[in-house]
Design a protein around this ligand. Structure first.
Ligand SMILES: NC(=O)C1=CN([C@@H]2O[C@H](COP(=O)(O)OP(=O)(O)OC[C@H]3O[C@@H](n4cnc5c(N)ncnc54)[C@H](O)[C@@H]3O)[C@@H](O)[C@H]2O)C=CC1
Ligand SMILES: O=C(O)C(=O)COP(=O)(O)O
Length: 534
């Protein structure tokens, strides 16, 4: 099978070479495409890799039936309709770390440029002048830098600001005290407290509902007179209109902007004429080093997602603590166990399930969210028709059907074991399994019965009375129907009581075979679970 990858927005060659080295990938490299041209082409591709110039809108995603992966050679994914990508099962992969230093360095470049009037100094020199008197500047030393968002870039800015002898304060409610301590940054309890202290305010957050307009008229007014504002994160975090007004009134001494609410910034945008601004055209990540880093990083991750189904780098798959590969057997057990529980409940007349719970042993508990995704996939596949049902959209689809999902750790289970419980109409069924590091995945319990079977292709789960002859009759019936038995596990609660058989068979078991099984003497019920996926 060949996957087609569309690469746009000038991605570094070192990254593209990783894709081209794979015989199963066909790569088309194009310049940034206008929306109609992209719409026309996107239907042919399994993956698209781009930068901020290409908007991956809901409309584009819905227009792309083959698309499996969106790669972003950079950090911000505010240009990707993430909810729709998740709904459609499209993996969104970014390259979060490769351009951090480039942005941090541009911050100091542009702020120093503003403080020392470097753009004007260059202009005067070109004009043939020697105008030292009007080129008086100010220093960073001793000034307080207020950082909103102490993530990767905020952290690198802080590290470098110490070397300039600055005071440091930051506001980031999502970061633990330990990171503030390690970076030697004072924690501002509120944004207002930060605004009260900062001589230079810089934002390094993502653009989202919470941060849009975070620094508006009120916040700018709260800054001390003569403060400087920098936005190298995303246009819209600092309100353009309010910033323009604060610059024109003289309340702010200046501003540094690399990003704008609408890009490219229109040629006649008033900000271009605002006093004391240093403007750059979104070049924060434009260094040879950063572009190589992000291209290699995202191309390798897109390649692995397409060729190996490796989704650990996908932003819309639950985070995995630990190795993705090591979790695969447990994910298979979770998916299979949920499929078995759903099929048995359905045959008991319980079709609408309300709650899915996954409990994990200690060794796999770090992957509980991913295991929950896998169980959600097992619970809905075969029930809903969706041509792109996968780990990415299974949870949202299950929740959309009213299923409540929870995952947790259980100290009662062996380290690599897990339990999946499905509940509906006052009935709950638990199916347990084990995925030991040194053996194949096994289902180990169905309801109260201990079993031991590899959930391979097709499982028949039979309830019967524990009397002689049942196994023989079942074997004969399946043999006559050309159904080959791989494993037959018989479990019972007590001699002569209720018994349960789990039969792993090759290939498909049709409804008539199930019907005839149910009609055998002493057989009380039979469920057939046809597993999907590898
Ligand atoms: N100008 C350019 O070319 C570039 C711009 N960027 C922008 O910079 C942003 C930051 O990048 P990284 O540092 O790599 O991301 P990051 O995810 O490492 O850091 C973002 C930080 O913002 C914090 N945060 C989120 N909401 C907040 C709020 N309401 N108030 C305060 N803090 C909040 C988070 O807790 C996190 O620590 C990206 O989202 C992207 O938009 C990134 C790279 C290049
Ligand atoms: O990585 C980011 O978030 C950036 O803003 C860089 O964007 P770009 O790849 O230069 O279009």
């Amino acid at each position: 099978m060949t996957f087609r990858v569309l690469v746009t927005d000038d991605i570094d060659r070192d990254g593209i070479a990783l894709l081209e080295a794979e015989p199963a990938l066909r790569v088309d490299e194009v310049p940034t495409l206008p929306v109609p041209a992209l719409m026309e082409r996107i239907g042919d591709y399994d993956a698209i890799i781009g930068r901020s110039a290409t908007r991956i809108s809901a409309e584009l995603l819905r227009h792309a039936p083959r698309l499996r992966v969106v790669g972003r050679a950079g950090v911000g994914v505010d240009n990707v309709a993430m909810d729709v990508a998740t709904e459609l099962g499209v993996a969104v992969i970014n390259a979060p770390a490769g351009n951090t230093v480039a942005v941090a360095e541009l911050f100091f470049g542009t702020v120093l440029g503003l403080l020392r009037q470097l753009p004007r100094a260059w202009e005067t020199m070109r004009e043939g002048k020697w105008d030292r008197a009007s080129l008086m500047g100010a220093e960073l030393k001793g000034r307080t830098l207020g950082i909103v968002g102490l993530g990767r870039i905020g952290g690198e800015v802080a590290t470098r600001a110490h070397a300039f002898g600055m005071e440091l304060v930051a506001f980031d409610p999502y970061v633990a005290d330990a990171r503030f301590a390690a970076l030697r940054v004072r924690r501002a309890p509120t944004l207002d407290a930060l605004l009260d202290d900062a001589d230079i305010l810089t934002v390094h957050t993502p653009l989202n509902d919470e941060t849009t307009g975070l620094i508006g008229r009120r916040e700018l007014a709260r800054l001390r007179a003569g403060a400087i504002v920098a936005n190298l994160a995303r246009g819209g975090i600092v309100d353009d209109v309010a910033l323009q007004a604060a610059l024109e009134s003289g309340h702010l001494k200046g501003a540094v902007l690399d990003v704008y609410a609408r890009e490219p910034l229109s040629p006649d945008h008033p900000l271009r004429q605002a006093p004391n601004v240093v403007l750059t055209p979104h070049i924060g990540a434009n260094t040879a080093e950063a572009q190589r880093n992000v291209a290699v990083d995202v191309c390798a991750a897109v390649r692995d997602a397409l060729l190996r189904g490796e989704l650990s780098r996908s932003m819309n798959v639950a985070a995995v603590a630990g190795e993705w590969k090591e979790l695969q057997p447990a994910m298979l057990v979770a998916r299979r166990a949920a499929a078995v529980a759903r099929a048995i409940l359905a045959d008991m007349g319980v079709r609408a399930v309300q709650r899915l719970t996954v409990r994990c042993g200690s060794a796999i508990a770090g992957g509980r969210e991913l295991l929950l995704s896998a169980a959600a996939l097992g619970a809905v596949e075969g029930v809903i028709e969706h041509d792109r049902l996968n780990l990415i959209n299974a949870r949202a689809l299950a929740e959309g059907r009213g299923l409540e999902l929870t995952a947790g750790e259980s100290g009662m289970l062996p380290p690599n074991a897990l339990e999946v419980s499905l509940r509906g109409a006052m009935q709950e069924l638990t199916v347990a399994g084990n995925a030991p590091a040194d053996g194949g995945p096994r289902l180990t319990r169905i309801g109260a019965f201990h079993v031991d079977v590899n959930p391979r292709q097709t499982l028949i789960v039979l309830t019967n009375r524990d009397v002689p002859g049942v196994i023989g009759r079942v074997g004969t019936l399946l043999g006559d129907a050309q159904v080959n038995i791989a494993e037959y596990h018989q479990a019972r609660m007590a001699q002569g009581g209720e018994a349960l058989a789990v039969i792993s068979v090759d290939g498909h078991v049709d409804a008539s075979v199930r019907q005839r099984l149910c009609e055998l003497p002493d057989v009380q019920g039979a469920s057939v679970v046809q597993f999907r996926g590898a």
